[in-house]
Design a protein. Structure first.
Length: 129
């Protein structure tokens, strides 16, 4: 049995696949370790996706915290050479924020789902990738 964190990540990836397929995407998962978790295809267009997940608010303000670094090194950021988008999943809200990698400039971000004027609020449910 894996750790709670790895189980949460696996559930988020399964939920991502389910949602992507329901929206008409072909979903591919690499056999070898890559920077991206999934490669989506729709109408001849491809998109590399890195899924990140959490379920518990990080603070009393209701924000959810996500790390956007690669691997064990907490200073190596994903770039557009690695992935096209992040799919930030808030499990307790069953909500995805699909954010282009170039919109993320920090190794840790916060999403405020209850604030419509938050910088990332326009990416909630943004499956137009």
């Amino acid at each position: 049995m894996g750790s709670v964190k790895s189980q949460e990540g696996a559930r988020a990836e399964l939920r991502f696949m389910e949602e992507a397929i329901a929206r008409g995407f072909s979903v591919c998962r690499p056999f070898v370790d890559r920077a991206y978790d999934f490669l989506l295809e729709k109408q001849g267009r491809f998109c590399r996706v890195q899924v990140k997940s959490t379920s518990i608010p990080a603070a009393k303000d209701g924000s959810f915290k996500f790390s956007t670094y690669r691997g064990a090194s907490k200073s190596t950021k994903y770039t557009k050479d690695d992935i096209d988008v992040f799919a930030f999943y808030i499990g307790s809200l069953n909500s995805f924020y699909i954010v282009p990698v170039e919109k993320i400039d920090q190794v840790t971000i916060r999403i405020y789902p209850h604030k419509s004027d938050h910088a990332l609020s326009s990416f909630q449910g943004n499956w137009y990738i």
